[in-house]
Write a protein that binds this ligand. Structure first.
Ligand SMILES: NC(=O)C1=CN([C@@H]2O[C@H](COP(=O)(O)OP(=O)(O)OC[C@H]3O[C@@H](n4cnc5c(N)ncnc54)[C@H](OP(=O)(O)O)[C@@H]3O)[C@@H](O)[C@H]2O)C=CC1
Ligand SMILES: N[C@@H](CC=O)C(=O)O
Length: 420
C-alpha cells in the first residue's frame, strides 16, 4: 500500500464503535484515510452522517475496487466471518474488533491471510485500547514469555466495581454497562466469561503460537457471585476480578483458563476498576510488566481500530512467528488449582473431588470451602456447571506438582477442615 495515497475505507457497522471510527477519522486528517461507504443492517435507522454514505448491500463495499480497506465492526459474528472472508479473498486488507468471530475462525483466517497475501489486523478485539497483540507479536517475540494474567473484559470489571464498591445490584450494574456501550449485544457473552475466553484464545496464538478453540478452555463468568463471596473478599482485603490467564508450566506446556479470582492488594490488578483492563505479562528477563487502559467503550476501542488502519498504511502484518517455531506449545490440564467454592448445601458439591480442603465454613444460608483440585476434576465436576455453586480462584492459584495424595491423607484433610 502506498504511503501518500488516501486510503479508501469500507466500513461495516455504525454502532458504538463504527460511529466512533467515523467521527474520529474526521478529526484525524494526518491518517490520510476516508470512509467511502458504510454498510449497516437497518436502513430505516436515523444516522449522524449523510444518507448517501450508507448501504445494506455488502457488495457495494466488497466488490468496489476503489476500496482498499474493510473495517468490520458489526455485532454478528457469523455475518462478520462472511464479510471478512470475502474481503480477504478480494485482496482487501481488513481491520476487525470481532473477537468472537476471530476466536472461532482462527485457522481459516490464518489461511486466508496467507493465500491472499493481505493483512488482517484486530488489536481492538482484545483489551480495547491496550496494544496487547502488537506487543506480544513484536516485543515478546522470543521464548522467554512465562505468563499473561489479566482483566480482559471491561463490562464484567465495570459490573464488579459497581456492585462491590458502590453497592449497585447486579441487574443495575449490567444495565449501566449496556447503556455505556461496554457490553456485547448479547451480554451473556460478557457475564458468562465467553468474551474473555474468546480474547484468551486470540492471546494464546500471539503469545505462544497455540491455536485452540474457545470451548476447549476452562472458563466461568461472574453470574454465580454470591454475597458470601464478596464478604469473604472484603474480610481478606481482596478484590474479586474476572481473570484470563495463561502460564507456561515447568513441563513446557501452557495452563490457560478464564475464572473469577480473589486478587491481593499487592497485585497490579487489584486497582483496575470500572471498564479498565489490565494485563500482567511475565517474562524471564524483564520479570513482570503491566499494561493498563480502557478495555471497552466507543473511543478507547476506536483508538485501537485507528491504530490498525494507520498500521495498514505502512503495510504492517502480523507475522505469527510463534506459530512457525520448531518448539510447539500446547495446552495442558495437568495441574491443580487452589479454589474457594461456595454453595447452599453439601448435596451440591462432591467433597471427594478435592485433593485437600484447608478450610470449611458453614453458616445458616451458605457454606464455603478452600481447597485444592485437579483441573480435570474441576472441568468434569457436575457441580462446576451448577448455577448455585460459586467457584473463585485463590491468589497464586496454580499448583504444578503432581502431589501424590493418598485417599487417607485426603480424608485427614477433610476431617481437619471439619468435614465429615
Ligand atoms: N463496544 C465495545 O466497547 C467494543 C466492541 N467490540 C466489538 O466491536 C464490534 C461492534 O460492537 P459495537 O459497535 O459495540 O456494536 P453495536 O451493537 O453498537 O453496533 C453493531 C452495528 O453492526 C451493524 N450490523 C449488525 N449486523 C449487520 C450486518 N449483517 N450487516 C451490516 N451491519 C450489521 C448494526 O447495524 P444497524 O445500526 O443497522 O443496526 C450496527 O450498526 C463487535 O464485534 C464487538 O464485539 C470490541 C471491543 C470493544
Ligand atoms: N464487551 C466487551 C467489549 C470490549 O471488548 C467488554 O466489555 O470488554
Amino acid at each position: 500500500m502506498k504511503h501518500d495515497k488516501v486510503l479508501q475505507i469500507g466500513l461495516f457497522g455504525f454502532g458504538v464503535v463504527g460511529e466512533g471510527i467515523y467521527k474520529v477519522l474526521h478529526q484525524t486528517p494526518s491518517l490520510n484515510a476516508l470512509i467511502k461507504k458504510v454498510c449497516i443492517k437497518h436502513a430505516e435507522k436515523e444516522r449522524n452522517a449523510p444518507a448517501a454514505l450508507f448501504t445494506t448491500d455488502y457488495d457495494e463495499i466488497l466488490n468496489d475496487p476503489g476500496i482498499d480497506i474493510v473495517v468490520e465492526l458489526i455485532d454478528d459474528a457469523k455475518e462478520a466471518f462472511t464479510i471478512v472472508r470475502t474481503a480477504l479473498k478480494n485482496k482487501k486488507s481488513v481491520v476487525s474488533a470481532n473477537k468472537k468471530m476471530i476466536a472461532e475462525h482462527l485457522p481459516e483466517l490464518l489461511q486466508l491471510q496467507e493465500e491472499n497475501e493481505v493483512s488482517f489486523l484486530y488489536e481492538a478485539a482484545v483489551c480495547g485500547s491496550i496494544p496487547i497483540i502488537r506487543n506480544l507479536e513484536e516485543y515478546y517475540d522470543n521464548d522467554l514469555l512465562q505468563s499473561i494474567c489479566g482483566i480482559v473484559n471491561g463490562s464484567t470489571n465495570y459490573i464488579l466495581t459497581k456492585i462491590i464498591d458502590e453497592g449497585l445490584t447486579y441487574v443495575e450494574a449490567l444495565q449501566k454497562a449496556q447503556q455505556l456501550g461496554f457490553a456485547e449485544s448479547n451480554p451473556a457473552l460478557d457475564v458468562e466469561g465467553k468474551d474473555a475466553t474468546n480474547k484468551l484464545t486470540i492471546l494464546l496464538a500471539h503469545a505462544y503460537g497455540i491455536i485452540t478453540r474457545p470451548e476447549e478452555l476452562l472458563h466461568l463468568g461472574i453470574t454465580r457471585l454470591h454475597s458470601t463471596d464478596t464478604r469473604y473478599a472484603e474480610e481478606k482485603a481482596y478484590q474479586v476480578k474476572l481473570t484470563a490467564q495463561a502460564y507456561k508450566l515447568s513441563n513446557g506446556k501452557v495452563a490457560a483458563f478464564v475464572l473469577p479470582q480473589f486478587v491481593k492488594a499487592e497485585s497490579q490488578l487489584h486497582g483496575v476498576k470500572n471498564e479498565y483492563n489490565g494485563v500482567i505479562i511475565e517474562s524471564k528477563l524483564a520479570d513482570k510488566q503491566f499494561l493498563y487502559g480502557k478495555g471497552a467503550g466507543r473511543y478507547p476501542t476506536s483508538s485501537a481500530v485507528i491504530s490498525d488502519i494507520s498500521a495498514l498504511s505502512y503495510d504492517y502484518k502480523y507475522e505469527y512467528k510463534k506459530l512457525n517455531r520448531k518448539e510447539k506449545y500446547a495446552i495442558t490440564t495437568s495441574y491443580y488449582l487452589k479454589v474457594f467454592v461456595s454453595f447452599n448445601d453439601w448435596s451440591e458439591v462432591n467433597k471427594w473431588d478435592f485433593e485437600q480442603v484447608s478450610e470449611f465454613h458453614s453458616t445458616e444460608n451458605r457454606q464455603y470451602l478452600l481447597g485444592l483440585i485437579h483441573v480435570e476434576k474441576l472441568k468434569n465436576a457436575s457441580w462446576f456447571n451448577d448455577p448455585a455453586v460459586s467457584v473463585i480462584l485463590l491468589p497464586e492459584s496454580i499448583i504444578e506438582k503432581e502431589a501424590i495424595i493418598s485417599s487417607s491423607l485426603k480424608k485427614v484433610s477433610l476431617q481437619l477442615a471439619g468435614i465429615n
